[in-house]
Write a protein that binds this ligand. Structure first.
Ligand code: HEC
Ligand code: HEC
Ligand code: HEC
Ligand code: HEC
Ligand code: HEC
Ligand code: HEC
Ligand code: HEC
Length: 403
């Protein structure tokens, strides 16, 4: 499997030899090459025509293989029994609503997976059936998208993992039949790598279904990889730059931008969707509205604004990468509490004199508690369910989840 494994020394060696050769050839040539490298254009955003795909990246970077199982990678997928969490068995495949005349059923057949609304009107009933085209989400819940011609819509029924049931899609009125929610380009910009939009001033949800790259792939964060791969395979690779974006080499602000394009709230786009590449100033592509001083920051969708409110962030060089490695799944609060100790000690906690080492591994529980989101709330047979998420405002919270 591993025969393409990178030899860092090999590459550095090749570089050294090339540089020595250049020095021998004269300083002018060395200057020429270093200018060549400096003037190289920044890599392009990825699209179908320029993507090499994760398997090619992994043929050399096999140490990043764990990325393939992450929530980013799997955030949009094609429907299958493996990717849809909801249950299609008779009895479990029905969602009733507070409206006695309306219910939904979900079905699997050889052609795929469908959602059907059944509305009784007098002694007749009307039904509407749509086919699941894409599945979004793997962790707390899933929503499902469908095509009508070349227009993409959200289906009315979603799935919640904590309840293990089908549920009305967040924000839908429980007891209504709504197939009209359009999937905006921004929704796909956060939840996929690329899609070709078909411009229509009357409908922002027209796309070319053949030009979609589902999930967030390597090249979404690192830019289109064709040129990088060509160079790494070429004998002259040491003479040129790597032609790929490495966020590790970016400033703190650019590193924050790279995550903020999807974790900084909805914002207002000022450039076409899917044109931002990590390393560029995000403010030229998207205006993120900073919340006012006293404004509540919902736990959903804006980890950046919450983190920026924290003393930790303000009084250090902290970024998202201080705690997160995007190439693997990290959901263990005990392990992540270890990240606090790169700057603090257990002794820094005011509770240390009383609780001592019992605090170890629990910093996150008290200082980044789970909170309810007001934005993700779903109706379920007349009751309301809200998603619980981890706040990124690191501070002393009163009683656990208070705001
Ligand atoms: C043919 C092998 C090969 C393939 C395929 C490949 N890379 Fe690389 N990549 C390398 C080598 C070799 C390096 C240099 C390693 C070093 O010097 O540390 C590198 C470096 C990088 C770097 C760091 C660049 C820097 O400035 O430090 C990133 C990021 C990267 N690759 C991402 C990718 C992505 C994303 C893909 C798929 C689009 C990919 N690579 C495909 C061989 C490959
Ligand atoms: C969500 C964004 C994101 C995705 C997707 C992503 N990376 Fe990265 N990658 C980063 C960040 C951020 C860094 C810098 C890490 C750091 O400094 O800790 C990085 C660093 C790297 C590096 C250079 C540093 C190193 O650790 O060798 C390579 C190579 C790399 N990524 C390859 C990949 C490959 C291959 C994939 C897909 C399998 C991938 N990345 C997917 C964000 C991403
Ligand atoms: C292209 C949009 C995009 C970018 C860029 C992006 N994210 Fe995400 N991120 C998402 C989405 C969407 C989810 C939710 C995925 C899901 O559950 O379906 C997510 C989920 C996460 C999670 C939760 C993962 C889990 O397994 O619980 C973490 C942590 C995270 N992102 C950190 C980062 C960091 C750090 C960066 C910057 C290096 C980053 N993201 C860049 C879109 C993005
Ligand atoms: C600005 C970026 C952004 C937009 C726009 C956006 N999302 Fe998300 N979405 C995220 C992030 C980030 C997460 C996970 C972290 C969180 O909840 O803050 C997430 C979480 C989710 C989840 C839960 C996933 C899981 O694994 O539990 C679903 C489902 C989802 N989004 C669907 C959608 C749909 C459908 C749309 C468009 C109608 C949409 N989102 C619009 C960024 C976005
Ligand atoms: C990159 C370094 C860094 C990391 C990592 C870090 N902090 Fe901090 N934190 C700081 C600094 C610096 C301060 C401000 C200290 C001061 O004002 O004297 C601070 C302040 C705090 C405060 C006081 C907040 C307030 O509003 O006064 C708490 C509580 C705290 N940190 C908890 C944590 C926890 C829990 C973690 C892990 C989830 C963590 N920190 C991770 C650097 C960090
Ligand atoms: C001080 C450490 C720390 C920093 C810095 C940090 N996170 Fe997190 N993050 C955590 C912890 C702890 C969790 C909870 C993990 C879990 O319970 O699954 C988490 C969870 C998440 C989740 C999933 C939230 C949910 O409940 O669904 C997302 C998304 C996320 N982080 C994004 C980011 C982004 C984007 C940044 C930078 C703006 C960032 N994080 C900075 C510690 C950190
Ligand atoms: C059981 C909940 C709990 C746990 C676990 C916990 N803390 Fe605290 N922490 C608190 C409370 C409450 C305060 C404020 C106490 C006060 O002001 O009297 C505090 C205060 C702090 C402060 C601010 C001190 C100051 O100068 O204002 C820091 C920093 C801190 N904790 C870091 C940590 C770290 C690091 C960990 C993990 C080793 C941790 N805490 C674990 C509840 C907790």
């Amino acid at each position: 499997m591993n025969h393409h494994r990178i030899s860092r020394r090999g590459r550095a060696g090749a570089r050294t030899i090339a540089l020595l050769a250049l020095l021998a050839a004269g300083p002018a040539a060395a200057l020429f090459v270093s200018n060549l490298r400096r003037n190289e254009p920044w890599p392009e955003p990825v699209r179908t025509a320029t993507a090499v795909g994760d398997s090619t990246c992994l043929s050399c970077h096999s140490d990043k293989a764990s990325y393939e199982g992450t929530a980013h990678r799997l955030t949009t997928q094609r429907p299958s029994h493996a990717t849809i969490a909801g249950n299609f068995q008779a009895g479990r495949n029905v969602l009733r609503t507070p409206n006695p005349n309306l219910y939904f059923h979900m079905d699997a057949d050889s052609a795929g997976f469908t959602q059907t609304a059944v509305l009784r009107t007098g002694k007749d009933s009307t039904t509407r059936t749509e086919r699941i085209a894409y599945v979004s989400g793997t962790r707390k819940g899933q929503s499902y998208l469908y095509w009508e011609g070349n227009q993409l819509y959200q289906l009315p029924i979603s799935y919640w993992a904590s309840l293990g049931t089908w549920i009305n899609s967040p924000g839908y009125v429980d007891g209504s039949m709504n197939f009209e929610r359009r999937i905006s380009p921004r929704c796909l910009e956060c939840h996929s790598t690329w899609i070709r939009q078909i411009m229509d001033p009357g409908a922002s949800n027209r796309y070319d279904s053949t030009g979609v790259i589902l999930g967030i792939t390597c090249e979404r964060c690192h830019a289109a990889g064709q040129e990088h791969v060509a160079r790494e395979r070429s004998a002259l690779r040491a003479l040129k730059g790597p032609a790929i974006v490495n966020p590790a080499r970016m400033s703190r602000q650019r590193q924050m931008d790279a995550c903020a394009q999807c974790h900084g709230g909805l914002g207002h786009p000022i450039a076409p969707t899917f044109t931002y590449v990590a390393g560029k100033p995000l403010e030229r592509y998207l205006t993120l509205t900073a919340p006012k001083a006293n404004e509540r920051i919902d736990v959903h969708g804006n980890q950046v604004a919450a983190l920026m409110r924290s003393r930790c962030y303000q009084a250090s060089q902290m970024t998202c990468l201080t705690c997160h490695d995007p190439h693997r799944t990290q959901r263990d609060p005990t392990e992540l509490s270890g990240r606090c100790l790169t700057c603090h000690q257990e002794q820094s906690c005011k509770l240390f004199p009383k609780q001592g080492h019992a605090l170890k591994g629990r910093c996150v529980d008290c200082h980044m508690p789970l909170q309810e989101s007001d934005l993700i709330d779903s109706g379920l047979e007349g009751t309301e369910e809200r998603a619980l998420e981890r706040t990124h405002w690191i501070k002393v919270w009163g009683n656990g989840t208070s705001r």
